[in-house]
Design a protein around this ligand. Structure first.
Ligand SMILES: [Zn+2]
Ligand SMILES: [Zn+2]
Length: 298
């Protein structure tokens, strides 16, 4: 039973999420529908984490749950609440910016079936996601913001949206601007948001999923666990957020034939409270702590 679950849970959650999103987007309340589908998939993953965890230790509280949820609400939900639309942040940004920029260049193949348009958007957005993520790891200036995401020592669904707001904005900008300029329609942005949302909860969940051939197409939990490894030879790999095409292309794909690392986290230290975490990258001492070079701790 456990084997069947671990083989089927990734495709089941991803593809059922997309299928139900089809109904949501076709309904009168597309964003509300999507939010319900998303919440359902999160619940399902939380149950699977209890039932077939990848790492039992990660089921124990680490004191960061409230902070992770707060960062998620800020980066993905604040804008949503303000607008009362139920859209996650990238979708909303797209709604505001798309009509302004979209019509400039008429490069988008809007006549193609929606499925192909979405696949194309996922790959085009991935180029920005890949490079913003890789830069965030390879350049100290950007790492100071991204370290928050990597500072946790357990992986589970709740960590999915734990990003510094500056890190999120950088990522959304690099990934979505090419699509605005090409004139991609709003629905394509909705779908891109949906794919990214499902992929995100899957890559961070603590469920023992066997993903096999999917590891060569999508960013799977297995690949993303390597990315969270404390050892940077393992961690500075697998930058793909949705698909792994650019990791394969630019030589950062990492998928050795052994169970992926459970020793995750960063060398430095992240501030304790939510506001402290938001402010930390903006002070010299804060950055030193992030890098593990704090003068206070010697
Ligand atoms: Zn990262
Ligand atoms: Zn992650």
């Amino acid at each position: 039973m456990k084997t069947i679950l671990s083989l089927s849970s990734w495709p089941l959650i991803f593809f059922s999420g997309l299928l139900l999103t089809c109904f949501a987007f076709a309904s009168e309340r597309p964003m509300l529908g999507f939010a319900l589908v998303y919440a359902g998939e999160v619940l399902l993953l939380l149950l699977l984490e209890r039932h077939i965890p990848y790492e039992r230790r990660w089921l124990l509280p680490d004191g960061e749950t409230a902070n992770s949820i707060a960062h998620t609400l800020l980066t993905k939900g604040l804008v949503q609440l303000l607008a009362l639309l139920g859209a996650i942040f990238p979708m909303l940004a797209a709604m505001v910016l798309q009509p302004l920029a979209g019509a400039r260049f008429d490069l988008w193949p809007a006549a193609l079936p929606m499925f192909l348009q979405v696949a194309m958007a996922v790959v085009i957005a991935e180029l920005g996601l890949y490079w913003s993520h890789r830069i965030a790891h390879e350049r100290l200036f950007f790492w100071r913001f991204h370290a928050l995401h990597h500072s946790v020592v357990r992986l589970w669904v709740i960590n999915t949206g734990r990003f510094h707001i500056a890190d999120s904005l950088f990522k959304v900008a690099l990934s979505q601007i090419p699509l605005y300029l090409m004139g991609a329609p709003l629905q394509v942005f909705w779908w891109l948001g949906a794919v990214t949302a499902f992929m995100g909860i899957l890559t961070h969940c603590n469920v023992d999923m066997r993903t096999g051939v999917f590891d060569y197409i999508f960013s799977t939990p297995r690949l993303h666990r390597w990315h969270h490894s404390k050892d940077i030879r393992e961690g500075n790999t697998n930058y793909g957020e949705n698909v792994v095409v650019f990791d394969l292309l630019f030589g950062t794909y990492f998928n050795p034939d052994r169970p992926s690392s459970t020793d995750i986290g960063i060398r430095g230290e992240i501030a304790k409270g939510f506001l402290g975490q938001l402010a930390q990258p903006f002070s010299k001492e804060g950055v030193r702590q992030i890098l593990g070079r704090s003068t206070k701790n010697g």
